[in-house]
Design a protein. Structure first.
Length: 322
């Protein structure tokens, strides 16, 4: 199912999720993010008149060519609870007529990914051995005042960057050129790997160190110690921001505009020349401690539970701690 078309994926999940919801009869269905499973869950719940809680509501790239954008918009308009990660997300919803009242509960609770990274980044320091396995140096071991000589971390998986062979080659050429002077580590997403095989690109970029997909803890460790990150992932953009690592986004727009405004993230597109040029001028502005509060206080998950419980039947609140 993972390799099927968007319609096939969504249709199969819709059918199967509906069967589970009919059996379990939940009071609320919670969906997260902007994937096909997010939309399938929301559609299944809506058809059964079950309230939907959308975590990470209100994000907009305003690029309707992206499947994720379609999933976000439709899910938000179906949802009762809209849990936004930023004030900008609340504003985006208001522009579409989605405001508190008339059956809509819109709250800026912060980002649950921030909750996660506060906990797991510390655990990654203790548990992950990825740096040793790849013969990379911990950024903290680099003397103050000296640049980190080690590596750039890259991720590449979005359909618009991988399905078009010209775009895929353009990005890989840029990473390969950057890799002449500083190592580029690229955990290879299954979609990207498949497309590279189809277009016979696997062995053409000798300056990129392709590795297998890594665990969450290993990814955090790689991100935290990178000289900079090049990515088309929304989540990685945020993780770079929280870990205070400069980020170059391989897209022309982003739903996480706050990371760009802060100076930690820069949109560089997909052209080889533009990517290489921007990375060669790595002079990102430092973000102040105040700006680090854009995505909440690290207690988004607690707030979400409290809000759902407070709007649910009394007997649910009695067992909320169980």
């Amino acid at each position: 199912m993972g390799s099927g078309s968007h319609g096939r994926q969504t249709g199969i999940m819709l059918e199967r999720i509906e069967a589970v919801l009919k059996k379990e009869k939940p009071m609320v269905v919670m969906v997260y993010g902007d994937t096909n499973s997010t939309l399938a869950g929301a559609l299944a719940a809506a058809k059964l008149n079950i309230p939907i809680a959308h975590v990470e509501a209100g994000l907009r790239s305003y690029n309707h060519a992206m499947p994720e954008e379609i999933n976000r918009v439709l899910t938000d308009h179906l949802s009762t609870f809209l849990f936004c990660p930023t004030s900008q997300a609340v504003e985006n919803l208001a522009k579409e007529g989605i405001r508190p009242g008339q059956g809509k509960i819109v709250k800026n609770v912060g980002d649950v990914m921030y909750d996660s990274i506060l906990y797991y980044s510390k655990l990654a320091e203790k548990k992950s051995t990825i740096l040793h396995g790849l013969n990379l140096v911990n950024r903290q071991s680099v003397p103050p005042g000296r640049d980190n000589p080690q590596y750039y971390l890259a991720t590449l998986h979005r359909a618009e960057n991988t399905d078009d062979p010209k775009v895929l080659k353009s990005i890989l050429k840029a990473l390969n050129e950057i890799g002449r002077d500083t190592s580029v580590i690229l955990p290879l997403h299954p979609r990207t790997k498949k497309r590279m095989k189809v277009h016979h690109l696997i062995s053409k970029f000798k300056n990129i160190k392709f590795i297998e997909p890594v665990s969450y803890l290993d990814m955090l460790r790689l991100e935290k110690n990178a000289k900079a990150i090049l990515t088309d992932s929304g989540g990685v953009q945020k993780e770079a921001y929280w870990l205070k690592v400069p980020c170059f986004t391989l897209r022309d727009e982003t739903e996480w505009v706050e990371t760009v405004k802060s100076g930690w993230n820069e949109l560089v597109g997909t052209g080889t020349k533009g990517i290489v040029e921007r990375v060669s001028h790595l002079r990102m502005k430092k973000s102040s401690g105040k700006k680090m509060g854009i995505f909440g206080d690290g207690k988004a998950s607690e707030k979400i539970i409290q809000i759902i419980v407070s709007h649910s039947p009394p007997h649910l609140s009695l067992s909320a701690g169980g």
